[in-house]
Design a protein around this ligand. Sequence first.
Ligand SMILES: [Zn+2]
Length: 306
Amino acid sequence: MTANKIGQLVLAGALFILLSAGPARAEGMKTVRVLENIYTIVHGDGIDSNTTFIVTGEGVVVIDTRVNPAEAAKVKEIIREHTDLPVIAVINTHYHGDHTFGNQVFRDSHTIIAHENVQKALRGSAGQDHLDRVKSFGITGLDEVTVTPPNVIYRDRMELFLGGYHLMLLHPKGGHTDGDTIVYLNELRLIIAGDLVSSKKIPYMGDAYLDEWINALQYIEDLDNEIIIPGHGDVGGKPIAIAMKHYLMNLRTLVKDQLHLGKNLKETQDAVRPVLKEKYKDWANLKRLDGNIERAFLEYSLKEKI
Ligand SMILES: [Zn+2]
């Protein structure tokens, strides 16, 4: 048998496996049953933002919608494996495209809920600018995106009582963005933290404020909870929020030390990068370290001047 024929057979076999496994899904995409009727879709090819869905007695609540309509359609498909009930509400934990660019797929729920600053960030030209920025990261499937901002907004907190579930939407005054929402199911001691918590991944800090973020993580830690669903990475408990807080505290201390020595940004990056790289060598996204250091440098050089 020629190598070409073997190749064709392997390909045919792979195709069969793919077809018999149902529609193709992003590599590594995995549905985790967190509690009865509560599922989180974790990991995925490239963009790995988590989506959680709660199958309530009245319908499904979806928290975050992934990065593009195709990914969101996969979420819908997975929901259909668990229930025939309609999606009755969507919650966005913050405005970033990897959590909101699938919103349009759930428009028939008529209810997309988020903090008021998420609507500001996604409405009109701001939303288009954000889409263009995310496109510049080379993510596929974005040409099909119609930016769909939330149509139900809140300022301080909001509570939903749906089909036997009580969801508290809490806004911890910023951190990862200025419109972060923590979804807290206190009876179940469960928190859906959005990107305030990334599990074993260096976070994106493009529009973050460290002090606020550390406070938000302390707030999460102080809530009575046992299970934390992060924005990226595996579901865990309080240790994943504490690890995130320690990462940000380390970043803050190291950058402030350099500022006090009068170092410039490049010198600060060269001094801090290797320390964090060693300490967090088992975390993903180490290439984000320089950006994180820059963000901290900016925040504290401005604060020190005041
Ligand atoms: Zn984010």
